[in-house]
Design a protein around this ligand. Sequence first.
Ligand SMILES: [Zn+2]
Length: 261
Amino acid sequence: MLIFIIFLLGLAVGSFLNVCVYRLPAGESVVSPPSHCRACGVRLGPADLIPVLSYILRRGRCRACGAPFPARYALVELATGALFAWCFFVFGLGPGLLKALVLTSFLVVITLIDYDHQLILDKVLVWLAGAGVAINLSFAYAPLGGSFLALPVDPLAMLLGGLLGGGLLLAIALVTRGGMGGGDIKFAAALGLWFGWQQTLLALFLSFLIGGAGGAVLLLFRLRGRKDFIPFGPFIAAGAFVTLLYGPDLLAWYVGRFLGR
Ligand SMILES: [Zn+2]
């Protein structure tokens, strides 16, 4: 039951993330003006803004002019709902869930904007970094009854994570001469603040794994040519999401398996 409520919360947040993805790259406010039809400008009422359901009831069209709304809006809402439910499944109810849902929301926005524009916005990264620092510090010092994470992220680990994440991708960018963008470097640095250095290493390792597999699939099915630019941000986000959910488990397994403890 509770997981369904978290799923509904994800649908609602996903609806807001759609607005962010559409407006932030254009330099527009995410709160005003209120949502409107892009074809005829009619303001969307509460009945038009129920995630997914409005889309189905109105058959994906504006009630005033009949212009189609992109199906992606509803898909992003559904995906956000599913990701939120997944987070709840792993973390249960508690401060860990809050942290997971905030980071997941950022990952969705960054993935979609990078996919659309091959761009990771500085203003999003500043908010991402600030939120990570604020949440980790409040968790490190608030009396929450023990850490919910196998690896608590203290300030030193955060600092090292930021330096390691940014530094590693900067080095790769220099070696590959432009295979990695400045946005990717800053994205990795901001994630380092969330994860601390151990999980940052894991997140980036997973990003390259997923990116390699994803790139191969795109080439194999000829969705992208060999010379097409494939934004790396979505793969970093995927690696970060897996690390968010399973990072402590994966690291504990690795240490136990290979470092003999
Ligand atoms: Zn319209």
